[in-house]
Design a protein around this ligand. Structure first.
Ligand SMILES: [Zn+2]
Length: 132
């Protein structure tokens, strides 16, 4: 860890001898109604230990998600949404395939092709819906 240094110019109040102005501006100690600012600023070098790097405490969920971030990791992605649109497309031959547009709780719409490998759509049971 390196120690940080910052240099300020500090003007002291002649009435209370406390700092009443700094440059760059930081908190000052003088609370006089009418500070009597000294003519000449004093150069003050402050050293301070850098704040320990903020380790964002990973939530369990975030940690869990990060552990999935590996190429070729096989995952199952599920989300809940409302069906907004459905239509049939004619596939190879005369086969008709159903396609969906679903809307998630944040209002965004997603195309779902149930024929994509691994995609599975199912109704959310009404009892579960109430609690979520
Ligand atoms: Zn003062």
């Amino acid at each position: 860890m390196t120690t940080l240094e910052s240099t300020y110019l500090v003007w002291y109040c002649r009435a209370c001898k406390k700092s009443c102005k700094t440059q760059p501006r930081t908190e000052t100690a003088c609370r006089c109604a009418n500070p009597v600012r000294g003519m000449h600023p004093t150069k003050v070098t402050q050293t301070h230990e850098p704040e320990p790097r903020r380790l964002h405490a990973l939530t369990d969920e975030e940690g869990r998600l990060r552990s999935l971030a590996r190429k070729k990791q096989r995952v199952r992605v599920t989300y809940e949404a409302e069906v907004s649109e459905a239509w049939l497309v004619r596939g190879a031959g005369d086969e008709k395939r159903i396609q969906f547009i679903v809307t998630t709780a944040d209002g965004s719409r997603h195309h779902v092709d149930p024929r994509l490998p691994g995609v599975r759509m199912e109704a959310i049971p009404a009892t579960e819906e109430e609690t979520s």
